[in-house]
Design a protein around this ligand. Sequence first.
Ligand SMILES: C[S@@+](CC[C@H](N)C(=O)[O-])C[C@H]1O[C@@H](n2cnc3c(N)ncnc32)[C@H](O)[C@@H]1O
Length: 227
Amino acid sequence: MTTQEVPTSQQPLNTETGAAIYSPAILKLYNFGVLGLSNRYLWECPTETVLLPFFKEHLGLKHLDVGVGTGYYLANANLTPSHQIGLLDLNENSLRTAAAQVKQAKVSTFMRDVMLPLAEPADTGFDSISLFYVLHCLPGTIDQKETAIANLIRYLKKDGVLYGATILGDEAAHNPIGRLALKLYNQKGIMHNLADTLDGLQRMLERQFQSVQIRRHNKVALFVARN
Ligand SMILES: C[S@@+](CC[C@H](N)C(=O)[O-])C[C@H]1O[C@@H](n2cnc3c(N)ncnc32)[C@H](O)[C@@H]1O
């Protein structure tokens, strides 16, 4: 399968609310609140035993982290001076917080909206790109989120890997507290994922990559895609 262009002629979607929430104060609470409590009790996909090992498994020497949050995964990925790390995010607070976590490796930051046709990538040839908890923040249907994937492919080396995790929508049969949080976050525009499904994600990624592996850990889809 060949990489496909995604039409960009429609009205741009509003991506602001999915990124604006990450103020310095929210980022201070993020590791405990989201990575600690929410991942365990709401989405039932623990950070330390599921998501962090998955992050480390596919991390290449030249790696681009997209939607960086606090930089928790990079901070705990045993980076070495041989690693070259790119950080891409729409939010300056996230970029600054995450960059401060990457002490052992070379770091470049890119303040970009993954949903906008990216200008010529500032850097290319990444061995790996991680996209953890970003797709559920992006507006639109899972098919519209393909724009982000098509944009990021240009950063990836020919045999590189794009991998990530995203919280599924209603189809995941959320527990009562998860259902409440999902509804609230979608109402506020922090998440846009009520209709995101595992099959929809698989089909969307398969339009851009030859090989796609997806597994589900409770309410979270974990995907690995390569050409
Ligand atoms: C839920 S946090 C995820 C942080 C981290 N990857 C994790 O899993 O803990 C989402 C991150 O994606 C960024 N983000 C949201 N929408 C974006 C967009 N359209 N373009 C680039 N970054 C975006 C936010 O600013 C934030 O840093």
